[in-house]
Design a protein around this ligand. Structure first.
Ligand code: B12
Ligand code: SF4
Ligand code: SF4
Length: 356
C-alpha cells in the first residue's frame, strides 16, 4: 500500500531539489472559476489572444485535458536574477527615458524551457519512487488555469493585479504544474493579504486593471508589446513609455515584492546586458543580430518586426526627456525604409513626437 501522505512530502522535497521554491497539491475542481473565465472572454478582455477562447471546458477541467488526472502538483520558481541587489526596485523605478525597459522575467533564458525540463526531472524522480504513473507537465502555454490551480493549492493568493502572490516571495515567480493520476492529499488554500492596498491598480500606466482581480488584457502593456501582432493602438503609445517588452509596474509597486526572492538557478541571469541597454543600442541590431542574440530567450518569440515596432514606440516616447535628440532622430530616419509597413508607420509616429 502506498502511503500518499508520505509520498506528497517526498514530492515536495524532490521539487526543491529540482530547483522549485515551493510545491503544493490541488484537486481538479475549478468549477468556481468557470463563470468568471467566461465573463472575461465575453467582455473581450482577451483581445487578439483567440487561443484563450479555444479548448472549451478542457481549460477548467484538467481531467478532460489529460484523462485520468485527479491531482495537480503545482510549482513555483522564483526568477529575479541570482545577483539582484537589494535596491533593485529603486533601480527599476528610476530608469532614464532613453533606456530600454525589458521585463525582468525576460532578461535571461526562456522560462518555458527551464520549467518544462525541471518539471520533467521532478516527474522522473517521482517515477523512481512510485513506478509508472500517468502524468503530463505544463507551463504557461497550455490551456491550464495556472493561477487558479496554484491559488487552490495554497501556493499563494491572487493579488488584485490577478497574479499569484506570497508573503515570503512576492509575485516574481513562474508557475508550472504536473497533472497526475495519483490520489495525493491536497493542500489548503492560503488567506489573501492585499487588504485595502490598491497600488497595482493606481500605478498601472494604462489602467488595465479595470477592477480588483480583473485585467483587460487589451490595455495591458505586456499584451500590447508581446501578444499583439498588429499596430499598437494610438491611445496607448505614449503610455507605454520605454517599456519595450512586457511590463513589471503592477509588481514593482506591490509592497509584497520587497520579499521577492532571487532565483536559485542561474538560467534567469541577465544575458546581453538586457537590464542596462539603451533603446538606440537595441534599435541598431540587424535581424541577424536579433535572432542570434535572442536565441534561447523568450523575446525571440515576438520576432524582429514587433521588436522594431516596440522600440520605435519607446524611442518616440523618449521625447518626453530628450525631445529632438539628434542621434535618436537620425536612427529613426535611417529605418524609414523598413520593409514592414507596420514598422514604418510606428517610426513615422515616433519621429512626429520628436519633431512636431
Ligand atoms: C493570457 C496570459 C496573460 C495575458 C492576460 C493576463 C491575465 N491576467 O489574464 C497578458 C498577456 C496580459 C499577460 C501578462 C502577464 N503575464 Co501572463 N499569462 C497568461 C496565461 C497564459 C493565461 C492567464 C489566464 O488564464 N487568463 C484568463 C483570465 C480569465 O484569468 P484571470 O485574470 O486569472 O481571471 C480570473 C480572475 O479575474 C478571477 N476574478 C475575477 N473577478 C474576481 C473577483 C474576486 C473577488 C476574485 C477573488 C477573483 C476574481 O477569476 C478569473 C478566473 O479565475 C498564464 C498562464 C496560464 N496558462 O495560466 C500566464 C501567467 C498568468 N502570466 C504570468 C506572467 C509572469 C505575466 C506578466 C507578469 C509578464 C510581464 N512581466 O509582462 C504579465 C502580468 C500582467 C498581469 N497583471 O496579469 C505568470 C504569472 C505568475 C504569477 N506570479 O502569478 C503566468 C502564470 C505564466 C506562468 N506560467 O508563470 N499574461
Ligand atoms: S503589466 Fe503593466 S500594463 Fe499590465 S496590468 Fe501590470 S502595470 Fe498594468
Ligand atoms: S499592489 Fe497591493 S493590491 Fe496589488 S497585488 Fe500587491 S498587495 Fe495586492
Amino acid at each position: 500500500m502506498t502511503d500518499y501522505v508520505q509520498l506528497a512530502q517526498e514530492i515536495k522535497e524532490l521539487g526543491k531539489q529540482a530547483g522549485f521554491a515551493d510545491i503544493r497539491i490541488s484537486d481538479v475542481d475549478l468549477s468556481h472559476v468557470v463563470e468568471r473565465y467566461q465573463a472575461w472572454i465575453a467582455a473581450g478582455f482577451h483581445g487578439d489572444m483567440t487561443y484563450m477562447e479555444s479548448h472549451g471546458s478542457k481549460r477548467y477541467r484538467p481531467d478532460e485535458l489529460v484523462p485520468g488526472t485527479v491531482r495537480v502538483i503545482t510549482a513555483r520558481m522564483d526568477y529575479l536574477p541570482s545577483d539582484t541587489t537589494k535596491d533593485w526596485r529603486d533601480v527599476e523605478k528610476t530608469r532614464a527615458a532613453d533606456q530600454a525597459v525589458i521585463s525582468i522575467y525576460a532578461r535571461g533564458r526562456d522560462y518555458h524551457k527551464v520549467l518544462r525540463q525541471r518539471l520533467q526531472q521532478l516527474a522522473d524522480a517521482i517515477a523512481l519512487k512510485l513506478g509508472d504513473f500517468g502524468y503530463r507537465v505544463f507551463t504557461d502555454s497550455a490551456p491550464v488555469m495556472e493561477v487558479a490551480l496554484a491559488e487552490q493549492a495554497g501556493l499563494g493568493w491572487r493579488g488584485k493585479h490577478t497574479l499569484l502572490l506570497t508573503r515570503e516571495a512576492g509575485s516574481l515567480f513562474f508557475l508550472g504544474e504536473i497533472l497526475v493520476d495519483i490520489p495525493l492529499p491536497v493542500d489548503p488554500p492560503t488567506s489573501n493579504h492585499c487588504g485595502q492596498c490598491q497600488s497595482c491598480i493606481t500605478v498601472c500606466p494604462t489602467q488595465a486593471i479595470v477592477a480588483p482581480y480583473q485585467l483587460d488584457a487589451r490595455r495591458c502593456i505586456s499584451y500590447l508589446t508581446i501578444e499583439l501582432h498588429g499596430a499598437i493602438p494610438l491611445e496607448f503609445r505614449s503610455l507605454i513609455g520605454n517599456r519595450v517588452y512586457g511590463c513589471d509596474d503592477c509588481q514593482l509597486y506591490c509592497p509584497w515584492n520587497k520579499f521577492a526572492q532571487p532565483a536559485t538557478l542561474n538560467d534567469f541571469d541577465v544575458r546581453h546586458g538586457l537590464d542596462q541597454r539603451t533603446m538606440l543600442e537595441l534599435f541598431a541590431w540587424s535581424e541577424a543580430d536579433f535572432l542570434r542574440r535572442m536565441e534561447g530567450s523568450p523575446i525571440r518569440r515576438i520576432g524582429y518586426e514587433r521588436w522594431l515596432r516596440n522600440l520605435a514606440v519607446g524611442l518616440g516616447n523618449a521625447a518626453s526627456e530628450f525631445k529632438g535628440r539628434a542621434d535618436i532622430v537620425k536612427a529613426l530616419q535611417a529605418r524609414l525604409d523598413d520593409s514592414s509597413e507596420m514598422v514604418r508607420e510606428h517610426i513615422t509616429w515616433a519621429l512626429a513626437q520628436h519633431l512636431d
